[in-house]
Structures are given as structure tokens and as C-alpha cells.
Design a protein around this ligand. Structure first.
Ligand SMILES: Cc1cc2nc3c(=O)[nH]c(=O)nc-3n(C[C@H](O)[C@H](O)[C@H](O)COP(=O)(O)O)c2cc1C
Ligand SMILES: [Mn+2]
Length: 486
């Protein structure tokens, strides 16, 4: 999709969007409505009247698989696992679609606000939770920065707290973050880094901006691959950065990299459902020199916070796709499907369905996950199930844990792993090293006398599946997580 308006229309036609007409407050009320709505699996919300503003606010964008499917341009019956399988193929085949530069009428240049007129309080940034340190403008925004050595442009979803009329926090100092890599390289020759942040375009920008796309890889090209058409950009005469032509808002300027200039920032309710690693501190900020807005712009937010909200759905699809690609790249045999459940914040647990052919085969799969680029960091539980159970079939996974898992024999605890500092289960001050569990929930291949499975008759099943629609069912029969019918 080209822009947010097409995304909203697509959701609306699928009954996946609700317009909230009564006036709502950016102070706590929007955050609370959206959070409660997401917990109940509700629709995307377009708040049409925000107190003190004439700019609508879009929330709860990606908190169901159906809206993720709409975002990826796939049938709404697709599960996260189905979507991740296709994304994994894009990654494996490196099928990127680079952005194209457009000239002429640029929708987001409808309004260009500069100098004294810049006031970020003109945007209805919410304060989500009572213990949050302030109003957050960048919740569903991507920061755009450039590698001064290679020219690589990065998009990263980093939170941004409103600090004053022309200052928005830029929370990208985490060591592995690509924005941070750009900061470190820029610091070799100076202390000012050009940057922009934007929201809008369609929601694939948020999915890709908050996924760990490898360094030196341009996220615009990954978005292009996801939506099947190049992202349209224009080059800014202020910073030289490629900016998305169909964004709703773009804020552009520079970040002072001298730590003496950093300002108090945070906390924000984190995606684990607690305050922790990214609490109060002094952090860099974007000195906003220019704001671009579309005609009748729509602002977009995310609630972060406790699972399951949009942040966890994004984690789930991105980590599932990249972990799956890792396992195939590592040539781990027999992988059927992979799933990082959003309920576990989309990153702490992984389930892998695999054809096991060796007595230690399941351990091998779990160890591969544990050492992979995606799984080595912050993933603390890995469950391997047999190939007849799709990784995202939770009933099947529980059945495997109940009937194919003997804790004494099928569990390995690894006492030294790299946790995420966001893990609230580790004590404060001792978050450098964590542990992880590998669970083999497969029936041992070496058993000569295997438990006798209750099976369906193959011929009858085939006939029944062929006649499925005749019986009055609306759609052909398919379990999620299985290969899609061609
Ligand atoms: C709503 C939301 C807010 C996020 N906020 C931050 C943040 O403030 N700082 C951060 O380092 N990562 C944050 N993340 C995670 C990053 O987006 C993610 O790690 C991404 O890979 C960063 O991009 P990069 O890999 O190009 O550095 C957030 C993710 C979401 C979905
Ligand atoms: Mn990146």
C-alpha cells in the first residue's frame, strides 16, 4: 500500500478498524483505551477528536494477525507463522525492492513548517501510562539516519519523548542499534548527526523499522519487498536524507552527540510490561528544524507496554521470520515451522517443529536456535516438537508437552546465556548473564516400541478434505503453520 489512508481503508473494509467519535484526552485516556482494546483483541482505533487538536490519532494498529496480514498484503486467513514463512523466503532469496526517488508533487510536502513556527506540541502526542516520564511523539515512528562511511540509510523504531517545542528524544544508544552505529561513526569527525523521524506511510514501515534487519541493509528495500512495490522517497535539501513521500508527518533536524547536551528522558512502560532497562536517564534528542505534514494528517502511536499489543505482534513476526531464515541458512535439517509467540513478548520463547531422525536431533535443533543470530540473545526457552505439530498450533504444543516430554530426560538448562537487560525475571544489578531451557517435546526416534497414535484413515481423510466445502464449511480446511496450498 502507498500510504496510511489505503491501510485504514483496507482495515475498514475488513471490519478491522473502529472510528472513535467522542472527544478523548491525550493524557492517559487514549493510552488506556488502546491498551484495554488490545488486551481484548479489538480492532485498530482511529480517534477522530483528540482534546485540543484537530489531528486524528491511530492506535492498536497491528495487534491482531489479521491486521498484520492486511499490512503484508496477504489473505486475512494467514497466521503470523504463514506471514513469517513468506518473509523468511524473501530474506533467504535476498529479494529486496529498492526505493525510488520521485519528483513533482510530494504529498508530505503539503505543509512545510520551519524556524520559529516549529512546535512539536502541535502533534497530539499521548502520555500513555501514569508512571511514564512524559508525552511520547515517537511511538510508531522510524528514525532515519545515514552511515557516514558507507552511505547506508537505516530506519529504526526508537521511542522519542517530547522535551520542548523543538526537541524530541532519540533513544537509540543501545550498543547493537544501527542508529548507535551511525552515531559512533559520525563521532569520528564531528558531534552533529542529521536525522529525521516519520510516522504514517502504511504500517509495514513500523513492522520493518522495529525488526532486526541486518546492518548495512536498507529497510526501505525490505519494506518494498514486503509490500511488493518500491517505497517512494524524495531527497531532503536540508539533510540529504531520503524521506518517504507518503508519510503523514516527518520531523527533520540534527542530533547533538556530545553527552553534555543530552537531556532527561523516560521512563516509558516497556514491552515486557514493566519499567526497567530503559528507565530515566539523559539521552540524545532531535533538534527539530523542519516539520513536513500531509494535508489533513493522521498521527500514529503504539502502546508498547505489556503483551499482547502491536509491539509484541511485530516482534513475533520479525523474530519468527529471521530465526527461521537463520535455521535454514545454518542448514539445520527437517525444519517445518518456527514460531515466537507474541504472548511471550515475541522474543523470549521459540517453538520449532522439525522432522527428527536422530536420538539427539531435537537437542541439535534447540542448540542451533540457541546459537543463531536471532536466538542467541534474550531467548530463554526453546521447545522442539515433532513435524506433525505445527509450531504455532498451541493445542498441539501443549499436547506435545503433556505426552511427548519427560522433564528429567528431555530438558537441558544452560546456565550462561546472554539475556536482554529488559528481562524483569532477572534481579536488578545482575542482568548481564541469564539462563535458558531447551525442551525436547518429541517422541524419541530410537524407541523401538513407540506409543500407538490415534490416527485418521488416510483415504477417508482425503475424501473428507476434498468434500470439505460441500459439508457447508466456508473455507478449505487448513491448520495454521502448515505449508500453504499452492
Ligand atoms: C513501539 C516500539 C518502540 C521501540 N522503542 C525502542 C527504543 O526506544 N530504543 C531501542 O533501542 N529500540 C526500540 N525498539 C526496538 C527497535 O525498534 C528494534 O530493536 C529495531 O531492530 C531497531 O532498528 P535497528 O535494528 O535498525 O537498530 C522499539 C520497538 C517498538 C515496536
Ligand atoms: Mn537497521
Amino acid at each position: 500500500m502507498k500510504d496510511l489512508r489505503e491501510w485504514i481503508a483496507a482495515c475498514e473494509s475488513e471490519g478491522e478498524l473502529k472510528r472513535v467519535k467522542p472527544e478523548v484526552d491525550w493524557e492517559l485516556e487514549i493510552g488506556h483505551i488502546a491498551t484495554l482494546n488490545e488486551r481484548a483483541g479489538g480492532p485498530a482505533l482511529l480517534f477522530e477528536k483528540v482534546k485540543g487538536y484537530d489531528i486524528p490519532v491511530l492506535a492498536s494498529t497491528l495487534s491482531t494477525a489479521k491486521r498484520l496480514a492486511i499490512t503484508c498484503g496477504r489473505p486475512t486467513s494467514y497466521t503470523i507463522c504463514d506471514l513469517a514463512r513468506e518473509w523468511k523466503d524473501v530474506i533467504r532469496q535476498n529479494k529486496l525492492v529498492p526505493p525510488v526517488e520521485i519528483r513533482g508533487e510530494i504529498p508530505v510536502m503539503y505543509d512545510v513548517i520551519e524556524g520559529d513556527k516549529v512546535n512539536v506540541y502541535d502533534i497530539p502526542s499521548p502520555r500513555l501510562y501514569p508512571q511514564d516520564g512524559g508525552r511520547y511523539l515517537a511511538l510508531a515512528c522510524n528514525f532515519i539516519t545515514r552511515d557516514p562511511e558507507t552511505g547506508w540509510v537505516n530506519l529504526g523504531t526508537y521511542r522519542g519523548m517530547v522535551m520542548d517545542e523543538k526537541a524530541v528524544g532519540a533513544n537509540m544508544m543501545g550498543k547493537a542499534k544501527h542508529g548507535r552505529i551511525h552515531i559512533d561513526k559520525t563521532l569520528k569527525t564531528g558531534t552533529k548527526m542529521s536525522a529525521a523521524l516519520y510516522c504514517g506511510c502504511d504500517m509495514s514501515h513500523l513492522v520493518v523499522g522495529s525488526t532486526m534487519v541486518p546492518a548495512q541493509q536498507d529497510e526501505y528495500s525490505v519494506i518494498g519487498a514486503m509490500i511488493g512495490e518500491p517505497v517512494e522517497v524524495f531527497t531532503s535539501d536540508l539533510t540529504g536524507l531520503p524521506l518517504p513521500a507518503h508519510a503523514e508527518f516527518i520531523l527533520e533536524g540534527e542530533i547533538d552527540l556530545d553527552p553534555a547536551s543530552f537531556r532527561p528522558e523516560g521512563p516509558l512502560g516497556e514491552y515486557v510490561g514493566y519499567y526497567g532497562a530503559s528507565g530515566e536517564g539523559t539521552r540524545p534528542w532531535l533538534n527539530v528544524k523542519r516539520i513536513y505534514r500531509r494535508k489533513d494528517p493522521i498521527f500514529v502511536i503504539s502502546t508498547v507496554g505489556r503483551p499482547v499489543g502491536d509491539a509484541h505482534m511485530i516482534n513475533s513476526i520479525g523474530r519468527t521470520a529471521y530465526l527461521w531464515a537463520d535455521l535454514e541458512t545454518m542448514k539445520v535439517p527437517g525444519i517445518q515451522s518456527v514460531y515466537c509467540p507474541p504472548e511471550a513478548a515475541g522474543r523470549f520463547w521459540a517453538i520449532v517443529s522439525a522432522k527428527i531422525t536422530h536420538p539427539a536431533g531435537a537437542e541439535r535443533v534447540a542448540e542451533a536456535v540457541s546459537c543463531s543470530p536471532t536466538g542467541h540473545f534474550g531467548m530463554k526457552g526453546i521447545i522442539v516438537v515433532d513435524a506433525d505439530v505445527p509450531a504455532d498450533d498451541m493445542a498441539g504444543v501443549w499436547w506435545s508437552l503433556a505426552c511427548r516430554y519427560d522433564p528429567g530426560n528431555d530438558t537441558q538448562i544452560i546456565n550462561k546465556m546472554r539475556p536482554t537487560p529488559f528481562d524483569p525475571a532477572l534481579p536488578a544489578g545482575a542482568k548481564a548473564v541469564g539462563s535458558k531451557i531447551l525442551i525436547d517435546a518429541t517422541t524419541p526416534v530410537e524407541w523401538e516400541k513407540k506409543p500407538r497414535l490415534v490416527e485418521l484413515d488416510e483415504t477417508t481423510t482425503k475424501t473428507v478434505l476434498e468434500r470439505w466445502l460441500d459439508y457447508g464449511f466456508d473455507e478449505p480446511y487448513r491448520l495454521s503453520g502448515q505449508a500453504l496450498p499452492k
